[in-house]
Design a protein around this ligand. Structure first.
Ligand code: NDP
Ligand code: 8X3
Length: 253
């Protein structure tokens, strides 16, 4: 079997673009998400366009049980995952700390932090056994700097940054690479989810400048995944040219 990548959150945005990029380069893929119809549609497209093999796993990364069950029931040949891309995640709300919703906080923490930990813990035994593997965590510029009304989303992405550093140290002895990629503003379904379906508010986030596209992030992730075995990009922040950091975004009037 050729190289296998598992991509979480492949039903949209970065995850979908990553699936297309890796499929175009002949990886066999395990694609995950909660929306079964989108997973099936993507599987059909990838198998017919690129002639690769695709397995879909439909589960919620917030559920420890569902996550471990989904990965444990994979046939042995599919368990030999070479590249794990922890991409599933979300922001919910953009509110002052005192106004923000506790439910939104729970969902972000459970998805962005605990979900990433569960998926990784379920996948790594076969990497450890084979002394080979690459974990790529999708963080954010929000994981490097906190911004107003970003409170808990920023905290979850700071956690992704810290966990990536910790994994890199603890998995050294197993020869597993750990890369954290921190994108800035990118036009995906991210803001529609954040603003709970308010398309107008979501659209405003990307007005007046050219944001990153999902494909830009996929290119960079693919580059980090295809370096020689002795080379690892540990930490990489990327933004569109109009953005310097979480604070500085130049919008044309
Ligand atoms: P999208 O909303 O387009 O995609 C998010 C993906 O995550 C979907 O495939 C969704 O699948 C999946 N997902 C969300 N919650 C869960 C869950 N509980 N269980 C399983 N899958 C889940 O957003 P992006 O592509 O932009 O976001 C991808 C990652 O990139 C996120 O971690 C985000 O925080 C990060 N990021 C985004 C930036 C941006 O500006 N867009 C910038 C920096 C980082 P489904 O709904 O089918 O479950
Ligand atoms: C998404 C980028 O700036 O909306 O992680 O937090 S931002």
């Amino acid at each position: 079997m050729s190289t296998i990548a598992l991509i979480t959150g492949a039903t949209s945005g970065f995850g979908k673009a990553l699936a297309i990029k890796f499929a175009a380069n002949h990886y066999n893929l395990i694609i995950t998400g909660r929306r079964a119809d989108r997973l099936q549609e993507l599987k059909n497209t990838l198998t017919s366009t690129y002639g690769i093999e695709v397995t879909t796993l439909c589960f919620d990364v917030r559920s420890r049980k569902a996550t471990f069950e989904a990965i444990e029931q994979l046939p042995a040949s599919w368990k030999a995952i070479d590249v794990l891309i922890n991409n599933a995640g979300l922001a919910l709300g953009r509110d002052y700390f005192d106004d923000a919703s506790l439910d939104d906080w729970d969902t972000m923490i459970d998805t962005n932090v605990k979900g990433l930990l569960y998926v990784t813990k379920a996948v790594i035994p076969s990497m450890i056994e084979r002394r080979k593997g690459h974990i790529i965590n999708i963080g954010s510029t929000a994981g490097k700097e906190v911004y107003e009304k970003g409170n808990t989303y920023c905290a979850t992405k700071h956690a992704v940054d810290a966990v990536s550093q910790a994994m890199r140290i603890d998995l050294l002895r197993h020869r597993i690479k750990v890369t954290a990629i921190h994108p800035g503003a990118a036009d995906t379904e991210f803001s529609t989810v954040r603003f709970k379906g308010d398309e107008e508010q979501a659209r405003k986030v990307y007005e007046g400048y050219e944001p990153l596209a999902a494909g830009d992030v996929a290119e960079v992730v693919y580059y980090t995944a295809t370096l020689p075995p002795h080379v690892c990009i540990n930490d990489l922040e990327m933004t569109c040219t109009a953005q310097a950091s979480s604070f500085y975004l130049y919008k044309e009037q």
